[in-house]
Design a protein around this ligand. Structure first.
Ligand SMILES: NC(=O)c1ccc[n+]([C@@H]2O[C@H](COP(=O)([O-])OP(=O)(O)OC[C@H]3O[C@@H](n4cnc5c(N)ncnc54)[C@H](O)[C@@H]3O)[C@@H](O)[C@H]2O)c1
Length: 349
């Protein structure tokens, strides 16, 4: 069964999604809707063009609506699509608050439609490699997972600089980076501490550091900066049998282990530029060795492959509303911690 889809909001992401749908035999892009006629000019040949969501819902023969309008309009769009009995894939962040998201889930349930969110970064290669390292317990007992993303632009683009548009990096990349960690660490969260700053941008956050302590003993640290001038996407996982490191979206990196643990480490003094040290001099030759990271083959197409199966009733939806809600709840705790300067207890019965 082919899936007939319409896109509302044919801007940057709408265009990316149209290209994605075009690569599927079983997904047919039937219609696009946008209030700005300029955006509709380059819609693919044969695709119906509408100037409003209402018009598209009334006239287009579609099963699913992909919502890629600006963040504050998502609730209104979800309500309209659900009431028109269309299944829904909504762009991230699905909602700006948990309360708003709960309304979305309610209206989707009442109308018996599928409601999911485009968290396609669960299929990023760098993330999937680290998830495999974690899932297969390749590093023994993990104590720390670090996920870092740094850029040099400083200022953000377009609507991202306006708070009333749901701008700022926490709503933008933060929602992906948190979603990745929550889908890696299968444990309740004990506490959340965060620093959220405006380094260059006056009105919206452009730097954050988030510490999430999980009940299973893992601490996750997520750090992002738009003006952090060592641009990179990096990961570190530390366990008691090794460390895993990634530098770059393509997942370049390694696992580092020691041939043996130094027992009763002799108090050997090494001279360094920082003076004598017994703990942090260079490792003895042959102590450290490297292994390859696991190979993974993933792409953002996988998100829609799974959605197609869910649409046909062959499998459960992969990005579940309760998972999206948890990410939004974590984001509310992050804002509270940043505002109060305190660690926030989370998921305490
Ligand atoms: N999943 C991802 O990785 C990812 C990446 C980028 C953007 N996004 C999300 O996609 C959404 C859109 O972001 P963008 O960067 O494409 O924005 P954009 O400004 O480029 O596009 C938004 C489009 O929506 C149209 N629009 C606004 N109000 C409308 C309405 N009421 N009805 C119909 N059309 C309307 C605008 O005219 C514009 O063409 C945001 O929620 C954003 O967070 C997700």
């Amino acid at each position: 069964m082919k899936m007939k889809i319409g896109i509302v909001g044919f801007g940057f992401m709408g265009h990316c999604l149209a290209n994605m749908f075009n690569s599927f035999d079983d997904i047919r892009l039937v219609a696009v809707a946008d209030i700005n006629p300029e955006q509709l000019k380059d819609a693919p040949e044969g695709v119906e063009r509408y100037s409003s969501i209402e018009d598209m819902l009334e006239k287009a023969d579609i099963d699913v609506v992909m919502i890629s309008t600006p963040n504050p309009s998502h609730l209104e769009m979800v309500e309209k699509c659900a009431k028109a009995k269309k299944h829904i894939i909504c762009e991230k962040p699905a909602a700006l608050t948990v309360a708003e998201f709960d309304q979305m889930v309610k209206v989707a349930k009442e109308n018996n439609v599928i409601f999911t969110v485009h968290q396609q970064r669960r299929w990023d290669k760098d993330y999937r490699i680290m998830k495999e390292v974690y899932d297969k317990e390749m590093l023994g007992d993990v104590y720390l997972i670090k996920s870092q993303l740094y850029g040099f632009n400083g200022y953000m683009h377009d609507w991202h600089i306006y708070p009333e548009m749901g701008g700022g990096m926490l709503y933008d990349w933060g929602v992906h980076l948190i979603d990745q960690i929550l889908n890696m660490v299968d444990s309740k969260i004990d506490s959340i501490y965060a620093d959220l700053r405006n380094v260059i941008n006056e009105k919206v956050d452009d730097y954050f550091k988030i510490l999430m302590k999980f009940k299973n003993g893992v601490t996750a640290e997520i750090e992002l900066g738009t003006y952090y001038l060592t641009p990179k996407r990096a990961w570190f996982i530390g366990g008691n049998t090794g460390s895993a490191i990634i530098d770059g979206f393509d997942g370049e990196g390694r696992i580092v282990r020691t041939t043996h643990l130094l027992e009763n480490v002799p108090g050997k003094i090494t001279m360094t530029a920082a003076g004598p040290t017994r703990s942090f001099g260079p490792p003895p030759p042959g102590l450290l060795y490297e292994e390859e990271l696991p190979k993974v083959s993933v792409s953002h197409r996988d998100y829609f492959e799974h959605f197609l199966k869910a649409f046909r009733g062959e499998e459960e939806i992969m990005v579940k509303p309760e998972e999206v809600r948890r990410v939004l709840a974590v984001m509310e705790a992050i804002r509270e911690s940043a505002r109060t300067g305190e660690a926030i207890r989370f998921e305490h019965e």
